[in-house]
Design a protein around this ligand. Structure first.
Ligand code: NDP
Length: 282
């Protein structure tokens, strides 16, 4: 069965849009998300455009700041300081990756933690790992919602996550662990990847290598979450999973596009609303 991220995310965004309608009456305004794009990376431009469209569709205020590729680190940090201090701004998202002259970790640390809609700030990460209230990173949060939407409870299941990045692999492994799965994390030095993936009841692929997970690497009935966004040899969008050989063995599988991607954006909307409400309630 297909895990339809498009449908689940549409329902989540519709729910958020309903809530947004009531906000001006209580708080005098709607949430405001500022997205900063540095440079002209085509994939980043597409992501930023999709985010702004979603922001407007749910009824938030949207601002996109586009800075040239040669922007100095201090200039970007200065803009973020202004946005941190601006009470009309509820969320700040800096689209990654950044040009090489800018230290990404420094930029992430500079965003006010209460406006960190991506959940990448070290204090948010620390809170996530200590099971404290926090902003949960959008992609891992979206994956958990997608599983829940299909009634898939990770409790007692073997979850195998491929990838250990701060934005996907590590946080999704933590969320699966919190949901009582038995979790393995694989990476580029894993000795025998296929041996690990065949053990999975739930397999999350977050690598960035087109179609690397093939049918012989999974067991019958596996739930497959494909996070990868890649281009195949023909230039067509594809995931980390070879859909054609894996889908016949899977009980559930996410398509690319239309799986994890839309969930990430819907969760960004939810995180923006959370930041707004938290700041309003003090
Ligand atoms: P990173 O490049 O930060 O991490 C990739 C991970 O994959 C690393 O941990 C790396 O291991 C591991 N890896 C690389 N090669 C192999 C291999 N041959 N076997 C096993 N593991 C391997 O990527 P991200 O986590 O940022 O993103 C992963 C993918 O997800 C990308 O395609 C990205 O575009 C996509 N993405 C999609 C989103 C969505 O909303 N749909 C959101 C965010 C990302 P090591 O640590 O050892 O280097």
């Amino acid at each position: 069965m297909i895990l339809d991220g498009k449908a689940v995310s549409a329902a989540l965004k519709a729910e958020i849009a309903q809530k947004v309608k009531t906000l001006p009456q209580t708080y005098g305004r709607v949430p405001h998300l500022v997205v900063i794009l540095v440079g002209e990376d085509p994939a980043s431009q597409v992501y930023v455009r999709n985010k702004s469209l979603a922001v407007e569709a749910v009824g938030f205020r949207s601002t996109t700041l586009v800075l040239p590729a040669d922007t100095a680190e201090e200039t970007l940090l200065g803009r973020i300081r202004e946005l941190n201090a601006d009470d009309s701004v509820d969320g700040i998202l800096v689209q990654l990756p950044l040009p090489s002259q800018i230290d990404e970790a420094k930029v992430i640390r500079s965003i006010a933690v209460e406006k960190d809609v991506d959940g990448f700030h070290p204090l948010n990460v620390a809170a996530l790992f200590q099971k404290m209230p926090c902003i949960v990173p959008c992609t891992p949060k979206g994956i958990m919602k997608l599983l829940a939407s299909a009634g898939i409870d990770p409790k007692g299941k073997r979850a195998v996550v491929i990838g250990r990045s701060n934005i996907v692999g590590l946080p999704v492994a933590k969320l699966l662990l919190d949901a009582n799965a038995t979790v393995s994390i694989c990476h580029s030095r894993t000795a025998n990847l296929a041996e690990e993936t065949r053990r999975a009841d739930i397999l999350v692929a977050a690598v960035g290598r087109p179609k690397m997970i093939t049918g012989d690497m999974v067991s019958e009935g596996v739930v497959v979450i494909d996070v990868g966004v890649n281009r195949d040899k023909e230039g067509k969008l594809c995931g980390d999973v070879d859909f054609d050989s894996v889908a016949p063995k899977a009980s559930f599988i996410t398509p690319v596009p239309g799986g994890v991607g839309p969930m990430t954006i819907a969760c960004l909307m939810e995180n923006t609303l959370e930041c707004f409400l938290k700041r309003r309630s003090g």
